[in-house]
Structure formats: structure tokens, C-alpha cells
Design a protein around this ligand. Structure first.
Ligand SMILES: [Fe+2]
Length: 132
């Protein structure tokens, strides 16, 4: 699952950050194929924790700047992702990366890519284009 132009939001800053996000996610799937997900999951969770928070903050700032009408919906989705991530991190720390944690991490990442980036974030770009 790689970033493709069809996933472009059309806002450079957001697209660049999404690409970085995809690269990391891809590594998780690669690691899974080689049965190394357990080793990689800790690194991924650290990345998600720091990078995703920064990315959400940047995206939210941008939405406010352009007066984006669905800002609140986005903010809620971002917060929900962060709490899901916190929970997963705690479970990872207490279990040491068992199969359930790995499956949940995979599911969380795929859900995000499919439902958030390709649906919700794309609407930001649509709004920008319509209001030029
Ligand atoms: Fe978003």
C-alpha cells in the first residue's frame, strides 16, 4: 500500500506529510510479511506518536487559516485517532508486542489510510479548489 497521486489532497504541505506517513506504514506491512512486525511495531508507534501529532497540528492550523467548514469533524477524528494510539501504545508497553497488538496496529493504520486520508482529507483540497 503506497502513496499514489490518486490519494493527493492537492495541498502540498499535507501531501508531503502524508507521503512520509505512508512510507512508515508500508514498512509495517513489509515487516509483517517477513514476520518482523514485532520488532518494528515499537518504532512505528513512536513515529506515529510524534509525527502524527505534528501532522494533525499542522493540518488543523491550515484548516483554520482557510476557514474550513468541517474543521470540527476533522478535529474529532484526529483526537479519536490519538486516543486509539495512546491505548495501543500502553498495551504494547505492557504486553511487549503480542499478535493482538500487531493486528490492531495494522488495522488502525489501514483504517486511517482508507477512511481518513482518502475521504476526509481529500475534502480539504476540494474546498480549496472550489473557493479559489
Ligand atoms: Fe485529517
Amino acid at each position: 500500500m503506497s502513496w499514489t497521486p490518486s490519494l493527493s489532497v492537492g495541498v502540498d504541505m499535507i501531501d508531503e506529510q502524508h507521503k512520509t506517513w505512508f512510507k512508515k506504514a508500508e514498512k509495517l506491512f513489509e515487516a509483517g510479511k517477513k514476520n518482523q512486525a514485532k520488532e518494528y511495531i515499537g518504532e512505528l508507534l513512536e513515529f506515529l506518536d510524534s509525527y502524527t501529532k505534528k501532522h494533525f497540528a499542522d493540518e488543523e492550523k491550515y484548516m483554520l487559516e482557510i476557514d474550513y467548514p468541517e474543521y470540527e469533524i476533522q478535529k474529532k477524528a484526529h483526537n479519536a485517532f490519538i486516543s486509539r494510539l495512546e491505548k495501543l501504545k500502553n498495551d504494547y508497553e505492557s504486553s511487549g508486542g503480542n499478535i493482538t497488538v500487531i493486528i490492531r496496529a495494522n488495522k488502525m493504520v489501514i483504517d486511517w489510510l482508507v477512511n481518513h486520508i482518502s475521504v476526509m482529507d481529500k475534502r480539504i483540497g476540494e474546498y480549496v479548489r472550489e473557493n479559489k
